[in-house]
Design a protein around this ligand. Structure first.
Ligand code: ADP
Ligand code: MG
Length: 699
């Protein structure tokens, strides 16, 4: 009612404004130092912060607090404790201490640890991350935390993400010092994640066990109208969807989330939300919150928000675009070409660091987005492909080529492209943003990593990206710090990087089969089509060396993560397979046989009156549907056998291979006769809503 966004933006967040207003100058300064520079917080300050936080939260109606963390399940976890504490007179007071703020001890035995806790202690603890503001959700004060086991190993996604930001900052600063920058104190990686999702009616959703149990449809024939008209992309937003978006924005804004852009996506019922970018850590927390709140707000509107990567076969799936850049604490974007030749040389070096990182660690980037759900996009018939390549745009490409070959850039006007002499053109979005099929595209002053699945936490991708780039920078800094002639060494190194790593640069159409052929056969790029293919490579020597060398992971942490990720993969496909078998026996097969029996009855009734009638319609359908049910039986038995076969797997890697080689193909095989039957069976007989019903269900 007349309230403008600025009135309530961040109203549920214990942000800088609130801190400044509610903390003493001394406590505020000390906390700010912790947030900005990572310095340690003493308990006295923590007590003061906790008290202010509690008073602020209680005033806003909060009754509980929780350490909000991101275990390896990929979603967030919280355990609520109320603020109450008994007083001698039988009443209660509201209490919250610095100790409770800094450290929590959730009973964590049921979170996946990949065997880590067994070797250490059974319990884990959570530790406050002051770089991400506390906020109120419902009636609970949520404190963003890291989650570790006693003895150290991280059991969550935030801890390695923070470590990766730290190492990236450290190595980038070394480079900046070489370029004479003595003032920068930190280098920060930032992300703006664009989030895709489907919105369908709850009524339809409730009738589909596959959607309820697995998040995607396991059956469903192609609807008469799909996305072929391209009439949905950027189309007019329907009133039901607009009401949802309005509500969603309000909720996100209250939590200080910079929701900015919203539009319809390519597929019917598909939409996108993009926030304004923030530091990787905060962006990760905010993206997790966004996904949670999308589902809550949808429920209020009688809708369901599907975050699965591929809810509908034959219809575009949903991804997430991770727009990533690095900048100094004073805001200088290191991926932006500068105004002077010296700044340009620095830009080119950071650019090369990313090129080298993406080429050297293609496997880690692929692994960072690998889930059973995302396998339906990557490596299947959808963009981007599972092969990682980089798009730089024509202009930048020409610059790199000129440097590599010592040839003039831009014809005769400019002579040799010489670092320290020539100024680069500013790369406009027009020239860099044309390619929408590249998995990793330079878009003027940032890179857009497009392989993430819509339900992925963005933590993993950014951990690998930050680490791999930090590693390139470390190698560069090691060499340049020792060089006698900095400029010559710099020029040589940039040239060498281009020579060694140009195979990863590809400016053509990433959807093209010919590209996959060229990428894998001629260029030797990796093509891991499934999670089972890529995940074991997390433990490859070079990856372990890089990640442990930088201190982002320990070997134990890597081993446990590989196991957990493979377990997640196997479990989710198992649930899908079991759901399919169940739906066939309980719903699909009975519906087909009932329809067939009714046809036979009808035919008999007609013939009783008109003995000479051909009844071609009935008899043909009866024959076709009977054949289909027979085939369904055979395929369903095959799937059941494949599921049973998993029991024989020796370890998680071989189970993942069995899933890939036996279960998933059997599921695909079973789906075919079921979908064929759907087209033939009468509407009132079919046991659940069809694609057409679901995709066009929201008004
Ligand atoms: P699109 O890719 O849909 O055309 P934009 O390029 O405008 O849209 O923005 C996509 C996302 O990239 C937004 O979340 C935006 O905040 C983010 N972004 C813009 N600049 C940067 C940057 N320097 N670093 C990280 N993310 C950025
Ligand atoms: Mg984009």
């Amino acid at each position: 009612m007349g309230r403008t966004i600025t009135d309530y933006f961040g109203s549920q967040v214990f942000d800088d404004r609130v801190m400044r207003a509610n903390l003493s100058a001394e406590v505020y300064a000390s906390l700010r130092k912790t947030i900005d520079e990572g310095s340690e917080l003493d308990l006295r300050v923590a007590n003061a912060v906790a008290d202010a936080m509690k008073r602020w939260a209680v005033e806003k109606g909060a009754t509980h607090f929780t350490h909000w963390f991101q275990p390896l399940t990929g979603i967030t976890a919280e355990k609520h404790d109320s603020f109450i504490s008994p007083a001698p007179d039988g009443s209660v007071i509201m209490e919250f201490s610095g100790k409770e703020l800094i450290k929590g001890e959730p009973d964590a035995s049921s979170f996946p640890s990949g065997g880590l806790r067994a070797t250490f202690e059974a319990r884990g603890y959570t530790a406050w991350d002051p770089t991400s503001y506390a906020f109120i959700k419902g009636k609970t004060l949520c404190i963003p935390t890291a989650f570790c086991s006693y003895g150290g190993p991280a059991l969550d996604k935030k801890t390695p993400l923070l470590r990766s930001m730290e190492v990236l900052s450290k190595q980038a600063l070394r480079i900046l010092r070489l370029f004479g920058n003595d003032s920068a104190r930190r280098v920060v990686s930032s992300v703006g994640p664009e989030q895709e999702y489907f919105l369908i009616s709850k009524e339809m959703y409730d009738q589909r066990p596959d959607l309820r149990f697995t998040g995607r449809t396991l059956f469903g024939a192609k609807p008469p109208k799909g996305q072929e008209l391209d009439d949905h992309y950027f189309g007019v937003i329907k009133p039901g969807v607009a009401a949802f978006m309005e509500d969603l924005n309000d909720e996100l804004w209250k939590l200080g989330i910079l929701a900015k852009t919203e539009h319809n996506e390519v597929a019917p019922a598909q939409h996108e939300l993009a926030p304004i970018y923030s530091t990787t850590n905060v962006a990760t927390d905010h993206n997790q919150l966004t996904m949670e709140i999308m589902q809550k707000v949808a429920a209020k509107h009688g809708l369901v928000c599907l975050l699965h990567e591929k809810p509908f076969a034959g219809v575009n799936g949903s991804g997430k675009h991770n727009n990533w850049s690095i900048a100094t604490d004073s805001g200088q974007n290191l991926l932006s070409p500068g105004d002077t030749p010296y700044e340009n040389a620095q830009f080119l070096l950071f650019l090369c660091a990313v090129i080298k990182a993406v080429d050297d660690y293609q496997d880690l980037l692929r692994i960072s987005v690998a889930t059973a759900g995302n396998d339906h996009r990557l490596g299947a018939n959808e963009a981007p492909p599972a092969v990682i390549s980089m798009f730089l745009g024509d202009e930048l490409n020409a610059v790199l080529e000129a440097i590599e070959t010592d040839t003039p850039y831009r014809g005769t006007e400019k002579t040799l492209m010489k670092l320290g002499v020539d100024v680069l053109p500013a790369f406009s979005r027009d020239t860099t943003d044309r390619n929408r099929t590249s998995p990793f595209a330079f878009t003027g002053n940032k890179f857009e990593f497009r392989m993430l699945g819509s339900s992925n936490s963005i933590a993993c991708a950014n951990i690998m990206l930050n680490s791999a780039v930090a590693e390139s920078l470390r190698i560069y800094a090691d060499r340049l710090e020792k060089a006698n002639d900095f400029e010559t060494a710099l020029h040589e190194m940039i040239k060498k990087t281009i020579k060694d790593h140009k195979r990863i640069i590809f400016n053509g159409n990433g959807y093209d089969d010919a590209w996959i052929e060229e990428a894998t056969k001629k260029r030797g790029l990796l093509n891991y089509k499934t999670t089972a293919d890529c995940m074991p490579h997390l433990l490859d020597e070079k990856n372990v060396q890089m990640l442990t060398g930088l201190g982002v992971f320990t070997v134990e942490e890597l081993r446990s993560r590989r196991d957990i990720m493979l377990e997640n993969y196997c479990k989710s496909v198992r649930i899908e397979a079991n759901t399919m078998v169940n739906m066939v026996h309980k719903r699909v097969a009975p519906a087909i046989t009932r329809f067939t029996a009714d046809l036979a009855k009808q035919m008999a009734e007609k013939r009783a009156i008109f003995p000479d009638l051909a009844c071609a319609y009935e008899s043909e359908l009866i024959v076709r549907l009977s054949a289909l049910t027979d085939s369904i039986l055979v395929k369903c038995n095959e799937l059941s056998k494949a599921i049973e076969g998993l029991e024989g797997a020796e370890d998680i890697v071989s189970e993942a291979y069995l899933i890939r080689d036996t279960v998933l193909p059997a599921m695909a095989g079973l789906r075919v006769p079921c979908d064929d039957a759907e087209i033939l069976v009468g509407k009132t007989y079919w046991p659940f809503p069809t694609y057409g019903d679901i995709l066009f269900s929201v008004r």
